[in-house]
Structure formats: C-alpha cells, structure tokens
Design a binder for this molecule. Structure first.
Ligand code: FMN
Length: 185
C-alpha cells in the first residue's frame, strides 16, 4: 500500500507538516511526503480541456503530482487555516484534481484523510477539504484538526491571543466575543 502526504503549509516544518508526517509514519506503509510550496501548482483556469481526457493542460508540476496521486492508494492532505479557508497552495491543488473527476471518476477507490491546523476556524477547512475530495470520488476515512501557531498581530506580537481576529471566520464564535475583541484591540 502506498500513502501520499500532501501539505499546503508554506512554513518550514510546520504544524501541518508534523501532523501529516506522524500519520504517514503510523500507517507503516510505503510513504511519501510532498510540500506544495516547494513545487509549482497553480489554480484551475476552467478551460475545460480536461473534460474528455482527464488530463490538465496547464504546464506546471501538477502533471507530476497527479501521477503521484494516481499511484497512491491513500492520501493525507493537510492545510493551515488562512482567512477561514485552506491555504492557496491547497486550494489550487484541489481545484486541479477537477481534471481527474470527469466521466471516469479516476480517484474512486482511494481513501483519504484530512488534517487542518488553525487558531479558530480549522474545522471548516477540514470539512471543506473532505467534501472536495469526496466529490472527486475518494472515501474520507479520517479527519484531524489541531490548534496552530497564533499569528494575529492586531494586539501586537505575542504567543497567545484569546480574542484573535481569526475568530471572525469561525462559525462557532459568538457575536459577543467579537464585540469584546473589537474593544481590546
Ligand atoms: C495569512 C494568514 C491567515 C491566517 N488566517 C487564519 C484564520 O482565518 N483562522 C485561523 O484560525 N488562523 C489563521 N491563521 C493562523 C494559522 O492558521 C496558524 O498560524 C497555523 O498554525 C498555520 O499552520 P502551520 O503552522 O501548519 O503552517 C492565519 C495565518 C496566516 C499566515
């Protein structure tokens, strides 16, 4: 069995990377780790040229990467939470998987797990990645979210922030907390 871990975090040895690597290790299977920020995978340009071929025509590293995905039996995708969403690296990668869906649903039969790291809205990111991969035909067998490194500098630099501005992107947060945040910053 081959397991491929794909990180959408551009930070060196990030929280996302560490978690993906730990899951890869725990599988005991043949494994590979790819960091999207170290290769070039741009967004889908909606040219629809992939509709009958299942091949994306954009000339970047997706051709190589999609080969690795197609060879894998399982993938673990992980992303940091940026503005309540997956990182642009992860978003672009998932958009490009669109080319593998048409007619043949080429990713059917693969299993996937998601990892999302953030300060407040990481659950939304895990949910989004899971839904996108499921739409591509994969079966989501696990999902993990973790609290990451606070880096909202509204109140100045620091290690902690109880009322981080990123809470604004979390469905779970109450409007009253946002009011407190406004007064604090
Ligand atoms: C541009 C940017 C936007 C961010 N937006 C959010 C956000 O909306 N919600 C959140 O919870 N954290 C947000 N963060 C914090 C990151 O999710 C947090 O630092 C996380 O640990 C990053 O994951 P990594 O360490 O695996 O790279 C943001 C960080 C950056 C750099």
């Amino acid at each position: 069995m081959k397991v491929l871990g794909i990180s959408g975090s551009p930070t060196k040895e990030s929280n996302t990377d560490v978690l993906i690597r730990a899951i890869l290790e725990a599988t005991g299977a043949e494994r590979e780790f790819i960091k999207l920020s170290e290769i070039k995978v741009g967004p889908c340009i909606a040219c629809m040229k992939c509709v009958y071929t299942n091949e994306c025509v954009i000339k970047d590293d997706f051709k190589w990467l999609s080969g690795r995905v197609m060879e894998a039996d399982a993938i673990i995708v992980g992303s940091p939470t940026y503005y309540g969403s997956a990182s642009a690296f992860m978003k672009a990668f998932i958009e490009r998987l669109y080319s593998k869906r048409h007619i043949k649903l080429l990713m059917r039969g693969k299993i996937a797990a998601t990892v999302a790291v953030g300060v407040a809205a990481e659950k939304m990111v895990a949910e989004w990645m899971g839904n996108a991969l499921r739409a591509g035909g994969m079966e989501i067998v696990g999902s993990m979210t973790a609290k990451g490194t606070p880096c909202c500098f509204m109140c100045g630099p620091g290690e902690t922030c109880n009322y981080t501005v990123w809470n604004a992107y979390s469905k779970a947060i109450l409007p009253t907390v946002l009011l407190i945040q406004e007064r604090k910053c």
